[in-house]
Every structure is written in structure tokens, then in C-alpha cells.
Ligand binder design. Structure first.
Ligand SMILES: Cc1cc2nc3c(=O)[nH]c(=O)nc-3n(C[C@H](O)[C@H](O)[C@H](O)COP(=O)(O)OP(=O)(O)OC[C@H]3O[C@@H](n4cnc5c(N)ncnc54)[C@H](O)[C@@H]3O)c2cc1C
Length: 415
């Protein structure tokens, strides 16, 4: 092995695992470090969609029109914890300032560019880890209660089409035909026919992890507290021992918690979290054949191997507060508007989307050292973009031509 080849990947969510597998494919010797079970964080509880049509950021111009009702209605998919918001005003203002049409159109182009390559990053890993059975491709449906809502969404849906995500329009009868157990409350819909999903994100991560171990990967169940760049090497300090570990390169993939690691050069990055929730009903997956997004309600209904999951909502409240029961009650109400559900959910969950206010991930070299590389901030699209992020990181470290221009994702863009 060449002496330049020892890489540590910090964080074993779906992004870190994907980086680790791609780096191994390129011949690097990889150590994966995470104190928790690989894949068990935010990556385990999402809506499971490979949302390559997801180029429209949450903070788009329509948010201004909807903001009062989103903020003050009890029936809203957006919740803002006021005391948290007051102490994080600069982030919120940056988030809103990115809703300007000129800014949004640039963000859409950058997201569109990377989303188009989602499967180029994902498919080789599914094959390598023999995980294809954990995927399904029956499309993804977006539904609208009224014609007015559908018409209002037409502009953004057309943009998705221009960015390469083809869809067909659905009438009320088509929706019932495709999803007979969905209550007949939706007037119009669209279907991204080629969209796919995972049926079990935790099992997907576990398969990636086992594949990583089989290919001579090293795993350390440890928390990294600090990185120290020292010439051609990077030292890692762990919270359990005083003796640092030494690597040639370090990839930071700790999701919403990345900035907590000292010394990585991320102080200037406005990384925060959009909290999201799910509830799940065991064994009720036969209610639906494919993920259904009710965008006005901010939730997806997704069939899983072991149940029916309703996932989504956005709560701005940081990463230390406990679950907000009001948000869970909201999702439960919306779920029973969509389907006849015989009992209360069997499970609920809170996760932390790593989000920058311009809704773009951070992929690139740290300003403090070329030997530290960032791979975090994938907000609503971390599962979708995990594979292509891993591929890009492996290309960066291997000094290869990159699959796409990543300047829009540069860590320097907030300087
Ligand atoms: C409700 C909801 C629905 C979603 N739906 C979708 C969807 O349908 N499609 C999609 O593409 N995306 C979706 N997402 C987004 C997606 O789940 C996230 O973007 C993705 O999981 C982020 O992955 P990650 O690996 O960056 O972070 P995580 O999964 O959070 O992993 C980070 C890991 O880093 C570890 N870590 C943290 N600090 C340290 C440290 N100091 N040292 C070592 N390790 C550390 C943590 O233990 C954790 O395991 C959804 C998110 C939510 C909340």
C-alpha cells in the first residue's frame, strides 16, 4: 500500500458509508469512525426516496406567500421554536435570503446537476454490496387536493422536467386506479415513473457496512473530537483516549454534527439542522405501492419492507431538544386523512437533516488543509446524493477528473 493511502471517514451515516465504499473501490485503506451503529442516525428514518427530481429547495420564493400560515397555523408542516430562532437569527435570515428568484434559479441548476448523477454514484454501491433487493422502482407520486394547488405547483414541476425529471400528469381517477387504498381526496397528481426508493434504509446501511468490513475496512466505535493538520498528515483526537490517530486524509461526513469537530476549518460554515420526523405503522405497507408525496402537508407516505412510514415536516429547533409531540400529532392527523389506519402508530422518530441556508451540500477541501475533505450538508437529499458524493470524494482524493463541476458546493462559498 502506498503511504498516501490511509483515509479516515468520520461519520458512518449513508454519506460516510458511501464515501468509504467508493474510496475502497479506488484502492484506499479506509478507517470508518462513528460511536453509533452505522446508518442508525438520520439516515435510518428518512422517507426512503431516491428523489432525483428534488431540485427545488424548500426555501423557494413561494415560501413568502405561505410563511404566515406555515408559521402560525397548528396545521402546518413547518414549526419554528421561537427561542431557538431568536438565538439563530443570522442563519434564518440567510435561509430566507436564498429564496430570491435569481438565487433560487442558480441553486436549482446546481442541485439539478448533481441529482442527475445520483444513480451513477448509487448503482455501483448497490451492486457491490448486493443490495438491489432493498430497492423498488414503481415511481413516486405527488398529490394535490385542489386544482388550484396543482396549478400553483406547475411552475416548479416544469422546472423539474427541464432538469431532466420527466413525469406524467394524473387525474383523480388515475390516482385511485394506481393507489386504490388512498382516500379519494386528491384531485390531481403527477407521477415520476422512473423514481425509486429503498425499502429499508437501515438494512441498506448495514449491507454497505458489512461490504466495507469484507473489503478489509477498519471500523472504530469512537467519537472524534478534534483534527490537527500537521504537514502531510492529519491527527485525530478521540474522546476516549489521549493518543491521537494518524491518517493521510480525513473525510468529514458527520452530517448535522460535523461542525462540532474542532480544527476541521468549518467555523465559518452556517451549518444548522432542519429536524424531521416519521411515524410508522407495522405491517400496513400494502396500503400503498409507491412513495406518495403530499407536498402541501409536507409528508411522504412510503411503503417499507416492514410497515407504512409517514415521514417529513421541518422543525427549526436545533439538535438538542427532544421530540415535539405536536409535530408527531400533526403527522398522525395527516396520515389518517390519507388512509384508513386502524390504530395509533407503532413507532415514531426524530432526525436531523444537515442543512446550509443555500440548500446545497458542502463537498470539497477544507480551508485549513487539503488533506481534510468535507462531505456533509445534504439536507432533504442525503440518501439520494450519498452515492454521487462518495464518488466525487474518491475522485478528489485520487486526483482524478471529477464527474461534475463541484464549485457550487465549495466550502469557500460562505467566505
Ligand atoms: C424526515 C426525513 C425524511 C427524509 N427523506 C429523505 C428522502 O426521501 N430521500 C433523501 O435522499 N433524503 C431524505 N432525507 C435526508 C437524509 O436522511 C439525510 O440527508 C441523510 O441521512 C444525511 O446523512 P449523513 O450520513 O450526512 O448523516 P447521518 O445519517 O446523521 O450520519 C452522520 C453520522 O455521523 C456520526 N457522528 C456525528 N458526530 C461524530 C463524531 N464527532 N465522530 C464520529 N462520528 C460522528 C453520527 O453518529 C452519525 O452516525 C430525509 C430526512 C428526514 C429527517
Amino acid at each position: 500500500m502506498q503511504s498516501q493511502n490511509r483515509v479516515a471517514v468520520i461519520g458512518a451515516g449513508i454519506v460516510g458509508l458511501s464515501c468509504a465504499l467508493w474510496l475502497q473501490k479506488k484502492g484506499f485503506s479506509v478507517t470508518l469512525i462513528d460511536p453509533d451503529v452505522p446508518g442508525s442516525g438520520t439516515s435510518s428514518g428518512n422517507a426512503c426516496t431516491i428523489a432525483d427530481y428534488g431540485c427545488i429547495p424548500v426555501n423557494n420564493p413561494s415560501i413568502f406567500k405561505r410563511l404566515p400560515s406555515l408559521l402560525f397555523s397548528k396545521n402546518s408542516p413547518l414549526t419554528v421554536n421561537i427561542s431557538y430562532a431568536l438565538t439563530h437569527l443570522p442563519w434564518l435570515l440567510k435561509f430566507l435570503s436564498n429564496c430570491r428568484p435569481s438565487r433560487v434559479s442558480k441553486i436549482i441548476d446546481s442541485l439539478g446537476l448533481i441529482l442527475q448523477q445520483s444513480y451513477q454514484g448509487l448503482n455501483p454501491l448497490l451492486e457491490l454490496s448486493e443490495s438491489q433487493h432493498l430497492m423498488a422502482q414503481k415511481g413516486c407520486m405527488h398529490v394535490y387536493e385542489t386544482l388550484a394547488e396543482f396549478k400553483a405547483a406547475r411552475v416548479t414541476n416544469e422546472i423539474r422536467r427541464q432538469q431532466g425529471s420527466e413525469y406524467i400528469e394524473l387525474e383523480h381517477a388515475d390516482i385511485i386506479n394506481l393507489e386504490p387504498k388512498l382516500k379519494p381526496i386528491f384531485e390531481k397528481g403527477i407521477l415520476f415513473e422512473s423514481a425509486s426508493q429503498t425499502l429499508d434504509p437501515q438494512s441498506l446501511s448495514t449491507r454497505y457496512f458489512n461490504c466495507f468490513l469484507k473489503s478489509q475496512g477498519t471500523y472504530m466505535s469512537q467519537r472524534v473530537v478534534e483534527t490537527v493538520s500537521d504537514g502531510d498528515i492529519v491527527k485525530l483526537k478521540l474522546d476516549s483516549t489521549d493518543s491521537p490517530l494518524t491518517f493521510d486524509h480525513v473525510v468529514i461526513a458527520a452530517g448535522a454534527f460535523s461542525k462540532k469537530i474542532k480544527g476541521i476549518g468549518a467555523k465559518h460554515l452556517p451549518l444548522d439542522t432542519e429536524r424531521g420526523y416519521h411515524i410508522q405503522y407495522a405491517n400496513l405497507q400494502s396500503n400503498v405501492s409507491r412513495p406518495i408525496s403530499w407536498s402541501q402537508a409536507g409528508i411522504y407516505a412510503t411503503p417499507m419492507n416492514d410497515g407504512l412510514r409517514f415521514a417529513g415536516t421541518v422543525e427549526i429547533a436545533g439538535n438538542s431538544l427532544k421530540k415535539n409531540q405536536q409535530v408527531l400529532d400533526y403527522i398522525t392527523r395527516k396520515a389518517s386523512q390519507m388512509f384508513d389506519l386502524p390504530h395509533q402508530p407503532d413507532q415514531d422518530w426524530l432526525g436531523f437533516r444537515p442543512t446550509l441556508p443555500d440548500a446545497l451540500p458542502v463537498i470539497g477541501h477544507s480551508p485549513v488543509s487539503d488533506r481534510i475533505i468535507f462531505a456533509f450538508g445534504h439536507h432533504h437529499l442525503g440518501l439520494t446524493l450519498s452515492g454521487i458524493t462518495g464518488k466525487l470524494i474518491s475522485e478528489l482524493l485520487n486526483n482524478e477528473p471529477l464527474s461534475l463541476d463541484i464549485s457550487a458546493f465549495s466550502p469557500d462559498r460562505f467566505n
